[in-house]
Write a protein that binds this ligand. Structure first.
Ligand SMILES: NC(=O)C1=CN([C@@H]2O[C@H](COP(=O)(O)OP(=O)(O)OC[C@H]3O[C@@H](n4cnc5c(N)ncnc54)[C@H](O)[C@@H]3O)[C@@H](O)[C@H]2O)[C@@H](O)CC1
Ligand SMILES: Nc1ncnc2c1ncn2[C@@H]1O[C@H](COP(=O)(O)OP(=O)(O)O)[C@@H](O)[C@H]1O
Ligand SMILES: [K+]
Length: 478
């Protein structure tokens, strides 16, 4: 599990570490790592380091200091280094002196473009964790000019460090070299960060518990249910799928099929698409109504059930069964419009809500906004439920404050029916008895992995996603 810390926590930890570390030592550790990874990028992209040209975009804070020190280290490998100072009077003094001693060139922002045009790599030391707002126009113009790959120092400038939000011009890096710990931007703005590498500067002992986490494949593999010798189809957890309709059977077929592929427990289906579901998935026990579905250990409810009286009755019924419920799609809309359906929920039974941005707006009366982590946390508290907020990055918040972020592998999951597949995965994990927050984060992880395997670089479909679930689980377990 990877920990992620907000900039407030990072700053506090850095202050504690700085107090017991010789002056300038942390910055030199950071800069040495930055130089090493920048050289590796140069070697990879230009098949060499010596004689290559690096341009440093240097802002007024310590982020610029890191860039200047890294420039001095790159000079040792005979890289031609030019620092473009955005605020010459406020550039980091020791870093500037080190670069000058090493034989680096220092130019003003006005002279920057001619050097940027000939660069093999551009290092973005404009702003780091103290950034506020988008890039200012002078910095934006220089960044815009760069056609060489950009290495972001700590984080891509112009992107909000704590939310990953971009509200104007920002750096789009090929590589981000960060120091001490991952910050939210690294999980929430993958397209702006490019590849992310973490340089150890000795901060970990000062950090404490992370604010957010990101599950690694081994975490998800460890959580995913595996039947033991004593298991049978019931003991692994039976999931009930209440989805689809006679007119729209697709959601039912996708959610139920996804549950079949997720675990080896029994899957029940209840709804108007029973015939279609049975013919597509003969292993499913399908009935017409949730009332005669039989016992389950969790319900996944919502996709395609409609938002009228019948949908409300289905939702109220499953919420009253005393088992965990994953409420998706139409079920989230019903809850938003008729919150009294939640009165049917037995106190203490886990509920997972899986809204996309539009459904979230209905549930909360406002859009998630720039701070999607805070938004998901608020919703989790308000509904006393795990909230999985869909989007390019998926945020999973528990009422107790835990938050997991799933960073996507491309955007191929943005396809019709993809959410129904996620619902099936989540329902199966809830039935198997996983903690609901872990179930939601694990389902999102496997969903994204299946999406990238199904797509393989070209458009895919929700059906292909269901087919790819075993490949994703195999990849996890290998
Ligand atoms: N504190 C430490 O011990 C360490 C800090 N490190 C580096 O220090 C950075 C943080 O340094 P600072 O706190 O000095 O601050 P930053 O370098 O992040 O930036 C602060 C400066 O940028 C300006 N600024 C803010 N928003 C801007 C915007 N949108 N456009 C242009 N300029 C903007 C501010 O006026 C301020 O002068 C980290 O990101 C990391 O790169 C590393 O050297 C590791 C050690
Ligand atoms: N741009 C994107 N990049 C990555 N994943 C995305 C993107 N857009 C949507 N997704 C994911 O695809 C799924 C879409 O679900 P949903 O909105 O419920 O669609 P549907 O109702 O068609 O099934 C969610 O898991 C969401 O996180
Ligand atoms: K930066």
């Amino acid at each position: 599990m990877q920990g992620i810390w907000t900039t407030e926590r990072i700053r506090a930890a850095e202050d504690r570490l700085l107090a017991v570390t010789p002056d300038g030592e942390l910055m030199r550790r950071a800069a040495f790592g930055l130089a090493t990874h920048t050289a590796a990028l140069l070697a990879g992209r230009t098949s060499g380091v010596s004689g290559r040209r690096a341009v440093l975009l240097v802002g007024s804070g310590n982020n610029g200091g890191d860039a200047l020190w890294a420039g001095a280290f790159l000079r040792r490998r005979n890289v031609a280094v030019t620092a473009v100072l955005l605020k010459p009077e406020r550039a980091h003094g020791a870093g500037l002196a080190a670069l000058r001693r090493s034989g680096g060139r220092v130019v003003s922002a006005e002279d920057g473009p001619q050097w940027i045009d000939r660069a093999d790599v551009v290092v973005d030391g404009i702003v780091g964790i103290s950034a506020r707002g988008p890039l200012r126009p002078d910095a934006a113009a220089l960044v815009e000019r760069a056609s060489a790959p950009i290495v972001a120092v700590d984080l891509p400038s112009g992107v909000d460090p704590d939310t990953g939000a971009v509200d104007g011009p920002a750096v789009r890096a090929a590589l981000t070299v960060t120091f001490g710990a991952l910050k939210p931007v690294h999980a929430l703005a993958p397209d702006a960060c490019g590849e992310v590498v973490l340089v150890d500067i000795g901060l970990r002992p000062e950090l404490g518990e992370p604010d957010l986490v990101r599950l690694d494949s081994p975490d998800v593999a460890a959580a995913w249910p595996v039947p033991g010798p004593g298991d049978d189809k019931y003991s692994q957890g039976v999931v009930g799928i209440a989805a689809g309709s006679a007119t729209y059977p697709g959601a039912a077929v996708l959610a139920a099929g996804s549950a079949v592929r997720a675990t080896s427990g029994l899957v029940r289906y209840a709804g108007h698409a029973a015939d279609v579901v049975r013919s597509r998935w003969p292993e499913i026990v399908a009935t017409g109504s949730v009332r005669d579905a039989g016992r389950v250990q969790a319900w996944a409810v919502g996709p395609g059930i409609g938002t009228g009286q019948e949908g409300r009755d289905v939702l109220r019924h499953v919420l009253g069964q005393g088992v965990p419920v994953c409420a998706d799609a139409d079920a989230t809309t019903i809850i938003a419009r008729s919150p009294e359906v939640l009165d049917a929920r037995d106190p203490g039974t886990p509920l997972v809500l899986t809204p996309h941005a539009g459904e979230f707006s209905r549930l909360m009366g406002e859009a998630p906004g720039a701070d999607r982590v805070a938004a998901a946390r608020d919703a989790a508290r308000r509904y006393d439920a795990v909230v999985l907020l869909k989007g390019h990055c998926t945020v999973v918040a528990a009422p107790d404050g835990r938050v997991a972020v799933n960073t996507p592998r491309g955007s191929w999951l943005a396809t019709a029916g993809s959410g129904d597949v996620l619902t099936g995965l989540l329902g199966a994990l809830l039935a198997a008895g996983l903690d609901p927050w872990l179930a939601a984060a694990s389902a999102a992880h496997v969903h994204a992995l299946a999406g990238s395997l199904a797509a393989g670089g070209v458009p895919t479909s929700a059906s292909a996603l269901v087919t790819a679930i075993p490949d994703a689980l195999r990849a996890l377990r290998s």
